[in-house]
Design a binder for this molecule. Sequence first.
Ligand code: NAD
Ligand code: UDX
Length: 467
Amino acid sequence: MISAGPAPLLRGGPPDERVRMKISIIGAGYVGLVTGVCLAHIGHEVICVDNDAPKVQKLRKGIIPIYEPGLAPLLTRLMKQQKLVFTTSIKEATRKSTVIFIAVGTPSKKSGEADLTYVENVAREIAVNMDSYKLIVEKSTVPTATGQRVERTIRLNLPKKFRARRGGELEFDVASNPEFLREGSAVEDFMNPDRIVIGVESKKAEQLLREVYKPLKATIVVTNINSAELIKHASNSFLATKISFANAVSRICDLVGADVLKVAEGMGYDKRIGRSFLNAGIGYGGSCFPKDVDAFIRLSEKSGYDFGLLKAVRQVNEEQKTHFVRLIEDKLWIIKNKTIGVLGLAFKPDTDDMRNAPAIDIIQALQHEGARIKAYDPQAMERAAGELPGVVMCKDPYAVARGCDCLLILTEWKEFKELNYRKVRESMRQAVIFDGRNLLADAAMRQLGFEYFGIGRGCLGTEGRRT
Ligand code: NAD
Ligand code: UDX
């Protein structure tokens, strides 16, 4: 999918040619690809590696396998300028660069623990191909102490000639540099970070990483590797906590007749709290929060601490989806053979990513009850089709609404705010909207003749109270 959009401007003007470094990124997924493109954009020579050969073939033709605003035009330009190349060879990338970022996936195991198989594989493959000093940087989200394991893996797998060398082994450093970008605004986030976290154990590693990021003129936090790894887990878990807190408050709002939007606004003006990440809804999804909260709980358990607070955060998040389905069941009465229209499938707007999208659990629960589902998403329908068999994908929101018994908003794409809701209402069988993201103005919807239910908008009142 090709995404369009203007190239983001660099804070402090155009890139400085003198800082050009040779950098490799292993893993060209959401993080690796954005990191590779952005590092090339700020002046470095970048090699992106992926072991998915068809993906690399597409990338070489300028075809981006994900939807990420602003990425495509940058990628095309940088490839033309030969600042960005793609390969499947870790050997080539290792030999040709000084700094090597590992940006492969770290999915959850059944226990919730992060599966570090890909990280270990890549570390070993870098090691066997090393022929001079390298700085190996963890960009993937990993539990504390992974840096030590990566260092050991590399040391044990260096080519024999270096292991045997008198006076010691080949010199190398390992560092942690967690990524904080969000999908949907990844390029913008990378180019304008709130901070860059660098976990290092040597001055040389610190200097190299400072040089990598020099053109961004960002605040740099330097610490040891363990602390850097922990900063990432703590940050994601804290943001997930804010969301679950807002969701818990939304439940009370429904019970007592208060409006969570006003409550969040009133709280958010307090600088110590802030308004961001207080949007109540159908819960957080995506490839990071659910996985990273699980991993942090597991890491804490293994270290001897029971992180009860985070367990509650996870529980509130799960309940939010069940609560939404119960609300629909309550208001729609019989679900069997009803036609339910769904607007939005991706885990958030401006992405095609369906990983842990709340829409999956909600739609499956309704299908289980016998509902017929029609859906539309501006970018995620192709990916969603594989996850959600039986869902009829429609060409636009109006086609979804036609003949529906109710409409669900599961992702707050901007275009859903701007629909002609009079036209939507006229084509529906029953004018009922369940707004899982509080996207629409409740009063306006009611004025148009809809029965409107948001999350924590006080619309259930005492009538919605359940035991
Ligand atoms: P992803 O699945 O989109 O991409 C990972 C890529 O690594 C894939 O293209 C895969 O083919 C490739 N890969 C796996 N093994 C390889 C190997 N041996 N050699 C070469 N390539 C290999 O994952 P992602 O979303 O980019 O996440 C990567 C890491 O970054 C994870 O640890 C994640 O938690 C973290 N992170 C993700 C985000 C996000 O928004 N997606 C944000 C911050 C941090
Ligand atoms: C997140 C972190 O924000 C980012 O720093 C990290 O690098 C990767 O994980 P991402 O998953 O891309 O980024 O999206 P984000 O905007 O954080 O949203 C995550 C989920 O939380 C989405 O499902 C979103 O809908 C939900 N969310 C977010 C809420 O429900 N309420 C909010 O107030 C904010």
